[in-house]
Design a protein around this ligand. Structure first.
Ligand SMILES: [Zn+2]
Length: 190
């Protein structure tokens, strides 16, 4: 598995791209997702997540995966639904097109928190859990994939809830340099 695979609005995955080594995740989920949706993530990414989740819990933060692997067809539907409800321009700005979501790699996920037994459906950058993730996720091999102020590079708005597995070494380098995966791939000619 190539953990630095670059997927964005310009680098699309094909319709038949299917990631290797996905494992099912059974954790508390938020209300946003359809009840038939099953979270799946690359096994190595999930093992790293579990370690991060355990360490977060020691600090009192209950962090779960709310949305992970999505098929091409699923993303196509999400895009179409948003375009229908809010217009094509809105969809193009806020939703990845089919093939352009790295959720299709099985290496990306959105987080959700639980506080006092209640799932917190909206994640904001000043949430204590998010601040902890921003400061620590790289130690486990994750990067904040769509940072604030880098929209012009990633093509996506700031998403404080979306993390991507790239492995520890790469995550550390990206974190220390304060760059995006796009910039990392460019500087390493990937
Ligand atoms: Zn996401």
């Amino acid at each position: 598995m190539n953990y630095t695979i670059l997927v964005n609005k310009k680098n699309l995955l094909s319709e038949d791209y299917e990631p290797e080594n996905l494992v099912e995740i059974h954790e508390p989920m938020g209300a946003k997702l359809d009840k038939t949706y099953v979270n799946r993530l690359n096994a190595n990414a999930y093992n790293a997540f579990k370690e991060m989740q355990r360490d977060a819990l020691r600090k009192g933060y209950e962090i779960f995966i709310d949305s992970s692997y999505r098929t091409y067809a699923y993303q196509e539907k999400v895009f179409a639904d948003v375009a229908l409800k809010k217009g094509l321009e809105h969809a193009q700005k806020f939703v990845a097109p089919a093939g352009g979501s790295e959720h299709q790699t099985g290496l990306a996920f959105d987080v959700i928190f639980r506080r006092n037994g209640k799932m917190i459906e909206e994640q904001k950058e000043d949430d204590a859990e998010i601040r902890w993730l921003f400061a620590n996720a790289h130690k486990y091999g994750f990067i904040l994939r769509f940072p604030k102020g880098k929209e012009y590079i990633t093509g996506f708005n700031f998403e404080p809830w979306h993390f991507r597995y790239v492995g520890q070494k790469v995550a550390e380098e990206i974190f220390v340099a304060g760059i995006t995966l796009e910039e990392y791939c460019q500087s390493h000619s990937l």
